[in-house]
Design a protein around this ligand. Structure first.
Ligand SMILES: [Zn+2]
Length: 425
């Protein structure tokens, strides 16, 4: 139960990838992990933890093992981003007495659930300080500042059968009453930042990466509080589980956590899973080419990203033999067309670890007539040649602004990742 409460706190803090990395690094630092610009295996003491952050939204953390590095790494991969509404550079528009904010859709968001939500705005802002220095700072309005009201059913009688959403026209949040030309969004942002921190008094907003988020707190739902409802369960639930497991890991293996941004838009970026971040870290700890190849050949990665639980109202969307249930444990994701990287050896090793750790695991393959989504697993495997197994916690409403997972699955995934980092198999 403590883990679920901690997870809810983490989800509430991690409103954007930048805040997710900050929330993870805060936990790592508290656990004694040391921030480094680059890893250096010679300097790393067995059992000691280290981490590095790239561009504020991706991180790699590593705990040195007592065995020699050539024995291989145990890696867990997750992603820090989730679909959202991203605030445009010149967002202010308006009509009929309302000031509105223009937004872009980031990733494969399910748009309908964004209507009628109390939305906050958060992210990273590039400020020019009064000293003439450019500074990147995190911002969180911490209160609802926008809302996308639905069109009343009286004005669209087919709303329940025919309504579709046009991202440009329909999803334009209302921010205030007034005239658009009288509202300066950047000025408002600068003043809000200065109010939070007097150091930014007089600073000018040069640019930003801001997105809207649902201000309703993550919570437990159900007569027996079986369900967790929250934004960003995909993939912050995995980030939380991975960081917790790494903090609880010992020096059985060289243990690594790679949490990258931009998975929801394909991972091809400087700090995405397809970028050089992980290979750079592996090169730093094993600079010799032959040693590096050996290290990667002997390493094993779990790519942890949420799995589709079977939805009781749409059970036919799953193969009846592979329909992961909520609360029945982590899911091994298999796709022979390599949309998931899992092979039989990895799945077998993981089943054995799960058995020894007392964790139940389930299997997922997509219906044969539906296209399968993908994740960071095959991308990282392709980039590094590291054997990778795709797993995840069963989830409903994936990519909604409020997703659903099961409280009972949280300690299960944490235990599984802890066992993976320890000498159980
Ligand atoms: Zn995901």
């Amino acid at each position: 139960m403590a883990e679920t409460t901690e997870l809810l706190t983490f989800l509430g803090e991690a409103v954007t990838p930048f805040h997710a990395v900050e929330a993870m690094t805060r936990r790592l630092k508290t656990a004694g992990f040391e921030e480094v610009e680059q890893f250096d295996a010679v300097q790393m003491a067995p059992g000691q933890g280290y981490f590095t952050v790239r561009q504020g939204s991706s991180l790699i953390a590593m705990r040195a093992g007592d065995a020699e590095l050539g024995a291989g790494l145990r890696l867990v991969g997750t992603h820090t981003d989730s679909p959202n509404l991203s605030v445009k550079p010149n967002p202010v528009k308006g009509r009929d007495g309302c000031v509105q904010l223009g937004v872009d859709v980031y990733g494969g968001a399910l748009l309908n659930p964004w209507f009628d939500r109390d939305l906050g705005v958060a992210g990273r802002v590039a400020l020019l300080s009064t000293d003439g220095e450019l500074e990147s700072v995190l911002f969180d309005s911490k209160r609802p500042v926008a809302v996308v009201p639905s069109l009343a059913i009286h004005l669209d009688r087919e709303a329940n059968t025919q309504r579709s959403v046009n991202a440009h026209k329909d999803v334009v949040p209302l921010a205030m009453l007034g005239e658009a030309q009288q509202f300066d969004f950047r000025q408002w942002l600068a003043e809000a930042l200065a109010k939070d921190d007097p150091r930014w008094q007089g600073a000018r907003v040069m640019d930003y990466e801001l997105s809207l988020y649902d201000t309703q707190r993550p919570g437990l739902v159900g007569i027996e509080e079986d369900f967790i409802t929250s934004a960003r369960l995909d993939n912050l639930l995995s980030c939380y589980a991975a960081v917790t497991a790494l903090i609880n890991a010992d020096d059985s293996h060289w243990s690594v956590l790679v949490a990258t941004d931009h998975e929801e838009v394909g991972s091809a970026s400087t700090v995405g899973a397809q970028g050089p971040m992980l290979m750079d870290a592996l090169t730093a700890i094993a600079p010799n080419v032959a040693d590096n190849q050996k290290l990667r050949a002997r390493s094993w990665m779990l790519s942890v990203d949420n799995a589709h639980a079977v939805h009781p109202n749409y059970a036919d969307r799953h193969d009846e033999q592979h329909n992961p249930k909520l609360g029945a444990g982590p899911v091994i994701k298999i796709n022979r067309n390599q949309r998931y990287a899992t092979n039989s050896e990895g799945a077998a090793r993981l089943r054995l670890i799960a058995e020894r750790a007392g964790v139940n695991v389930q299997s997922f393959v997509m219906r044969s007539d539906l296209a399968c989504g993908s994740t960071i697993g095959p991308i990282t495997a392709t980039e590094t040649g590291i054997a990778t197994t795709d797993i995840g916690v069963p989830t409903l409403a994936m990519h909604s602004v409020r997703e659903l997972a099961c409280a009972a699955d949280v300690p299960q995934i944490v235990s599984l990742l802890e066992a993976f980092y320890r000498r159980l198999a």
